[in-house]
Ligand binder design. Structure first.
Ligand SMILES: [Zn+2]
Length: 294
């Protein structure tokens, strides 16, 4: 959160982090965000490795919403990891629908601008086309339910390309968007570690620009709403989802500077999901802010 002498005009790319909220969305989450110097926040509204759909605490929700609005901190929700709209198991799909509906509702209640969900995979030896048809049948109605003015966007996050991932390269967003009729409430959360692991070499000269250009070519302008800024412990194309601190992995610092000067990231916040606890997170936020100003 901004300190007293921060500029009142928000930066082109607010930089923040995923913050823990166990014990209080506002009391714990926002104080952690302040310690990071975060200008944007991302939270879970449920156990990320479970299916529970807990109600919020109205007092904490209101405090969180009010503080984020007053300090112009864009907030995001990350939906649980178990969600898979491409699953061949009906029980998993049903729980995915309930879990994502919950995250979207909670997102509105806390004033979040977007809810991030993983694009999932075609399990059970299924055809991608069959899985994408199911994505259409089960996810599109949830997008159609977003009719309030303050409903969040649904942000698709591609994966590192493990297994039968439905979306890992930039062009994979094409069929996914098509399956969802390029719904107006649909956007993208680009995870730099995932897209690098999937095979886009952000570290080579011009690699970040080329990747962002490809993304815009696939889904059009204005769809990129959030960046998960993570370096990668593994080499390009490794299909491994192992985040590293900014500048110390195989992506390196320079591509993050390029990212924050590309037209597609105008007014798009960056959120880190890196290791190292609070100290590591604060250092990564500071590093990205320094890269932004250069
Ligand atoms: Zn991510």
């Amino acid at each position: 959160m901004s300190s007293k002498n921060s500029p009142s005009v928000p930066s082109r790319n607010p930089v923040g982090g995923h913050v823990p909220v166990a014990g209080g969305l506002a009391s714990v989450g926002l104080s952690y965000a302040r310690d990071l110097g975060a200008e944007a926040v991302q939270v879970f509204v449920a156990n990320p490795r479970g299916w529970a759909t807990p109600p919020g605490n109205p007092k904490q929700d209101e405090q969180f919403r009010a503080a984020c609005a007053a300090e112009r901190i864009p907030a995001y929700v990350h939906a649980p990891y178990l969600i898979n709209f491409g699953s061949h198991t009906e029980a998993t799909v049903e729980k995915s629908v309930e879990s994502l509906r919950h995250s979207l509702r909670r997102g509105r209640e806390i004033g979040a601008l977007g809810v991030v969900v993983h694009t999932g995979s075609a399990t059970g030896g299924r055809d991608r086309a069959v899985a994408l048809r199911q994505v259409r049948e089960r996810m599109l109605p949830l997008l159609d339910e977003l009719t309030h003015d303050d409903d969040p966007f649904l942000l698709l996050e591609s994966t590192a390309g493990q297994g039968f991932s439905l979306c890992s390269r930039t062009w994979d967003f094409g069929p996914y968007f098509e399956a969802l009729d390029a719904h107006p409430k649909l956007g993208i959360c680009l995870d730099t570690c995932h897209i690098f692991a999937a095979g886009h070499d952000l570290a080579e000269t011009g690699g970040m620009k080329q990747t962002l250009d490809l993304l815009v070519d696939t889904v059009g302008e204005g769809r990129l709403k959030l960046v998960h800024a993570n370096d990668s412990k593994d080499v390009v194309g490794a299909h491994k989802d192992r985040h590293e601190n900014i500048g110390t992995g195989h992506i390196g610092e320079e591509p993050f500077r390029e990212l924050m000067s590309h037209p597609a990231t105008e007014n798009v916040p960056l959120v880190i999901e890196t290791p190292g606890g609070k100290e590591g997170h604060a250092a990564d936020v500071a590093r990205l802010k320094a890269l932004r100003s250069r």
